[in-house]
Design a protein around this ligand. Structure first.
Ligand code: 5GP
Ligand code: ZN
Length: 110
């Protein structure tokens, strides 16, 4: 089972900041900003493109969860990052969205 499936199943005890039938959110264990939250589908998909191909509702809920979390945390600006594929820096092959906030972000990204 992949590491995020182990988190989703409860095998790795994790505090969830957002939880629904299809979606979970939890803190990244190597935060790149004061707020760094991972938002994932409970079901295993290799990346968000694979998820979006078959389940647009859950794909949309990932963004809805990001909006709710950003609002509840009082973020006035934030960045959502989705690394897809090794060349884009994806290291965990379970679909996820990064919600980053609490500091300014540069553009273009690295
Ligand atoms: P990616 O590089 O695939 O876009 O992002 C994977 C993210 O998952 C990284 O930011 C990494 O720090 C985080 N991560 C990897 N393993 C774990 C884990 O077991 N627990 C948590 N909370 N975060 C993890
Ligand atoms: Zn998985």
């Amino acid at each position: 089972m992949c590491i995020f499936c182990q988190i989703a199943s409860g095998e790795i005890p994790t505090e969830f900041l957002y939880e629904s039938a299809k979606v979970l959110a939890f803190k990244d264990f190597l935060p790149q900003a004061p707020v760094h939250i991972l938002i994932i589908p409970r079901a295993h998909f290799e990346n968000t493109a694979e998820l979006a191909a078959v389940d647009s509702e859950t794909t949309g809920e990932l963004f809805g969860a990001a909006r709710e979390l950003a609002t509840s945390l009082g973020l006035d600006g934030y960045r959502i990052t989705i690394n897809t594929g090794a060349s884009a820096g994806q290291s965990v092959l379970h679909a996820h969205l990064h919600l980053l906030g609490g500091r300014p972000f540069a553009w273009p990204p690295g």
